[in-house]
Design a binder for this molecule. Structure first.
Ligand code: SF4
Ligand code: SF4
Length: 105
């Protein structure tokens, strides 16, 4: 029986390390938000929180029910906008020259 050569182990950077490699130019005003706070208060799914790959939306139990939004981490993927079952997410493109710059490779 012939032995297969082992696949060499490649050390891959963590998701967090990859995210830190991107650069965010702050426009000092959130391009994300919600239309109605009350809708979030009644929300049972918090899909905006679970779908976000960058931990921008955080359900930290605020009384108004609106998740905290760390917009500076936003990757501009648009997932939160489509995931909200109540169409309650305000999503705008950051102004020209601001927002996320990806580091490829
Ligand atoms: S934005 Fe949408 S998904 Fe997120 S808490 Fe509010 S209603 Fe729920
Ligand atoms: S656009 Fe993407 S990265 Fe930005 S907050 Fe929404 S889900 Fe998160």
């Amino acid at each position: 029986m012939s032995a297969h050569p082992k696949t060499p182990e490649i050390e891959r950077p963590s998701i967090e390390d990859r995210l830190y490699a991107n650069k965010y130019t702050d426009h000092e005003d959130s391009h994300l938000g919600v239309f109605e706070d009350e809708t979030c208060l009644d929300c049972e799914t918090y899909d905006c929180v679970s779908v976000c790959p960058a931990n921008v939306w955080r359900n930290e139990g605020d009384e108004d029910g609106v998740p905290l939004i760390a917009y500076e981490n936003c990757l501009e993927c648009g997932s939160c906008r489509w995931a909200c079952p109540y169409d309650n997410v305000i999503w705008e493109n950051p102004p020209n020259g601001t927002g996320m710059t990806y580091r490829y490779g």
